[in-house]
Every structure is written in structure tokens, then in C-alpha cells.
Design a binder for this molecule. Structure first.
Ligand SMILES: Nc1nc2c(ncn2[C@@H]2O[C@H](COP(=O)(O)OP(=O)(O)OP(=O)(O)O)[C@@H](O)[C@H]2O)c(=O)[nH]1
Ligand SMILES: [Mg+2]
Length: 419
């Protein structure tokens, strides 16, 4: 089964909480702080892999999660990091934020590895809070929460060379003879239902990525046959190899079949006809193929006659395609921010009056600070109160008329205003 679009949600791991602990030493009643930091949460990472052809695996598990970091330990030991969750995606996968349609990653080279959401930072243990004034702090931080994003993944095949042609032209047979791809081959049309990528080695160091694409027929650009769903994959191939069967029994008029395909390309996107294109005359081992081949002589293209069965000219074709790929600039992709950032206009904190008459404090930045507070620890709560003062939130609330004893809601929790 093939899938070139899927909606998923990803959540990175929460950071582990920092620890409050004190050394216990012989003859020493009260040792220094010894609570370690929490470990960072695991990140969600995607890696481009050219041997994967579909996004189907993501439709079985639509919420991907990375491991949480472990809490800090005694003796100033940092908690274990949460494991990253690494997922392989097909080359050509685009990652969009579902709510805004914003493209955040485009996996366009082999092995490309990107952090999609970073794990939460581990909280600091009480060792980190030690100062001259307070050599024995009774305070630690909670780890930051993981981040959640709703994503849409879209696969638009990306290859150096795309194989195009009528059904049965011999595209899958060719790619399986010169690359590691092993698509199905059969003597009936529309055998190939989805793109397959293969790596073609010209020598030990030189290689290029080839895409076997489903056969096109007249009307493909209007959705006939497998339709334009597959024409979109051709858009991201730098060089096109146009295969035409020379077997006279299945292709009496090879020039006409060449024009049929080009017409579909033109109707879909005229730019495609400007791509470097090699005409590959296939099945030259068939009786009558030589005669048929002569009909192509007036085409204004480089024509290479091959047979995938006898291997005739397969090396010549590989070198030719490699040269064209080398000369052709990479398809320019929209430049994508390497990491997703919170919208800039987001306020650090926001004070609003809720319907029930209680003032409410929210805001992305403050939320991070808030989540780090261990509210079971009175010292940590006091520190949070001081932080509210230093951000000016305290003053703002007072200027709005909030008095001692009044309630204020901070991220859904009720607090009482103190002096
Ligand atoms: N004699 C001969 N037969 C070939 C050659 N290449 C392919 N064929 C045969 O042609 C038929 C179609 O080959 P495929 O490679 O499946 O063709 P395709 O272009 O991938 O077809 P679709 O996936 O339907 O678009 C198969 O029966 C192959 O065995 C060749 O070089 N010589
Ligand atoms: Mg095929």
C-alpha cells in the first residue's frame, strides 16, 4: 500500500525534575546540597531514508512520543536523558504545521536528520541553586514539559532522475537492473502503482537517485489512469529519462507515444518540458526493434537504445544520466527554517479578566517558568512569588486593583494575593 499524505502528532519527552538532597557525612550533621539535575527529555527526530517509499508506517501510529528524562538523583547525579525517538521518512517528505500550513522541513538529501521537536530541559537540582548567601538551598526545579505539534507529512518524491513513459515501457525492469530498487515487473499496464527510489552507482564514489514512476497515458493530466497524483512526483526530478518500447508488437508508432507523454507533461506544468530529457529506446532485443528504432531519428533529443535483458548500453545510459545530473543545478526548494520557533509576537505573559471576575495570568514564556516550579516545596513557591514580582506581574495586578487576599488564577491554578 502506498500513502503520500498523513496527519500525525508528535510530542517530545518531558525533562526530569531536579532533586533536593543534602550530603550526609560522618561527624557532620548538615552537609551541603547534593540533589542532581533532571535529565533532558528525548526529542523527536526524522531521518531521510531513500529505501522507504511511502508514509504508510505513520498511519498505524499517529501520535509519536519520545521518552521523558529521569529525575535528578542524590550525590549530585544527573538523571538519565530520555531516549530520542528517531523515525525514518522517505526522501522527499515535507513536514507542515497542520494548523497554519507552514512548511517547516523538507527532507531533500539522503540521511538528512532533523529535530522535529526538542525534548524538555531537565530541571536543576538544589546543587545548582547554591550561592554564598544560601549554601544550603532547599529548592529545585521541575523539568520543562515536552512540546507537542500537530503535523501533516506529505511525500513528494525527490530524485535526480525520474523514469517516465507509457505503461509497460520497461521502467521498472530498467531500475531493477541498474539500482538496488526491486519494484514489481509484469507484462500488464499499471503494474507500478507508486514511486520507487533506487540508487544507481556509476562507480564506487559516484551515484545518483533514480525514481521509477507509474506509467502515464493520454489524459493523465486530467486525472485519467493513475492521474496527476503522480505527475506531482515528476516535478521534483532533476533529469527525466523517457522510456519508449521498441517492440513493434506493442508500440507501432514510437514517435506518437513520445508525444503523448510530452503533451501530458506540458498540460500539467510546462516547466517540465525544459528539464533535461534523454530518450531511452527499450527492449532492443525484440524482433523488429531495430526497424522501429529508425523511426525516432528525427527527434531532437539524445536517444539511447537499450535492452535490460541483454544489458546492451546500460552502462552508457548510466554515465549519460550521471553527467546530466551533475550539470543540472539542484531543484531549488523553498528555504525552510531548520527549527520551528514560537511565533515572535507571543507575549511573555498576559493578564486578563476572566468571566468570573478573577484576574488570570497566562503566556507562553511564563508557562515555561511556571512548569518548572515544584509547588509541593514552600521555598520554590516563595521563589516563584519573587519571580512574579521581578517580571512586573505583581505590580500590574495591584494596579488593576487586586488586593491582599484576592484570588488570582495562574495557568488554571488559584493563588491568593499576599503582601
Ligand atoms: N524483451 C524485453 N522485455 C522487457 C525489457 N524490459 C522490460 N521488458 C518486459 O516488459 C514488460 C513490462 O515491464 P515493466 O518494467 O513492468 O514496465 P513498466 O514501464 O514498469 O510498466 P508500468 O509499471 O505498468 O508502467 C515486462 O513483461 C518485462 O519483462 C527488455 O529490455 N526486453
Ligand atoms: Mg513499472
Amino acid at each position: 500500500m502506498f500513502k503520500d499524505q498523513v496527519d500525525i502528532t508528535v510530542t517530545s519527552g518531558k525533562g526530569g525534575n531536579g532533586m533536593v538532597a543534602f550530603r550526609r557525612e560522618k561527624y557532620l550533621e548538615f552537609g551541603g546540597p547534593s540533589g542532581g539535575d533532571g535529565g533532558d527529555g528525548g526529542s523527536i527526530i526524522f531521518e531521510a531514508n531513500e529505501s522507504i517509499n511511502t508514509l504508510i508506517d505513520f498511519s498505524y501510529n499517529r501520535h509519536l512520543k519520545a521518552e521523558n528524562g529521569k529525575d535528578g538523583l542524590n550525590k549530585n547525579k544527573t538523571g538519565a536523558r530520555g531516549n530520542d525517538a528517531v523515525f525514518q521518512v522517505p526522501l522527499g517528505t515535507q513536514v507542515f504545521i497542520r494548523e497554519t500550513n507552514e512548511l517547516i522541513f523538507d527532507f531533500h538529501f539522503k540521511g538528512q536528520r532533523e529535530i522535529i521537536v526538542k525534548g524538555g530541559k531537565g530541571g536543576r537540582g538544589n546543587v545548582s541553586f547554591k550561592t554564598h548567601k544560601n549554601p544550603a538551598p532547599n529548592i529545585s526545579e521541575n523539568g520543562d514539559l515536552g512540546e507537542t505539534l500537530n503535523l501533516r507529512l506529505e511525500l513528494k518524491v525527490l530524485a535526480d532522475v525520474g523514469l517516465i513513459g507509457l505503461p509497460n515501457a520497461g521502467k521498472s525492469t530498467l531500475i531493477s537492473s541498474i539500482s538496488n530498487a526491486k519494484p514489481e515487473i509484469a507484462s500488464y499496464p499499471f503494474t507500478t502503482l507508486n514511486p520507487h527510489l533506487g540508487i544507481v552507482y556509476v562507480d564506487d564514489l559516484k551515484s545518483f537517485v533514480m525514481a521509477d514512476l507509474p506509467g502515464l497515458i493520454s489524459g493523465a493530466s486530467d486525472g485519467i489512469g493513475l492521474g496527476f497524483n503522480f505527475l506531482k512526483h515528476i516535478e521534483r526530478c532533476r533529469v527525466l529519462a523517457h522510456l519508449i518500447s521498441m517492440d513493434p508488437l506493442e508500440n507501432e508508432d514510437p514517435v506518437a507515444s513520445f508525444h503523448i507523454i510530452n503533451e501530458e507533461l506540458r498540460k500539467y506544468n510546462e516547466e517540465l518540458l525544459k528539464r533535461p530529457m534523454v530518450v531511452v529506446a527499450t527492449k532492443m532485443d525484440m524482433p523488429g526493434a531495430d526497424e522501429n528504432f529508425k523511426k525516432l531519428k528525427n527527434l531532437d533529443y539524445e536517444i539511447i537504445p537499450i535492452s535490460s535483458i541483454t544489458k546492451e548500453n546500460l552502462n552508457t545510459l548510466k554515465y549519460k544520466l550521471y553527467d546530466l545530473v551533475e550539470k543540472e543545478p539542484k531543484i531549488t526548494l523553498k528555504v525552510v527554517e531548520r527549527t520551528y520557533k514560537m511565533a515572535k509576537e507571543e507575549e511573555f505573559y498576559v493578564v486578563t479578566l476572566a468571566d468570573d471576575g478573577v484576574y488570570e495570568v497566562t503566556g507562553k514564556g511564563l508557562e515555561k517558568v511556571f512548569n518548572r516550579i515544584d509547588f509541593n516545596n514552600p521555598d520554590a513557591v516563595l521563589r516563584f512569588a519573587r519571580q512574579l514580582k521581578s517580571y512586573g506581574i505583581d505590580a500590574e495586578l495591584r494596579s488593576l486593583g487586586v488586593k491582599k487576599g484576592d484570588e488570582v488564577r495562574i495557568f488554571g491554578y488559584l493563588f491568593e494575593m499576599a503582601d
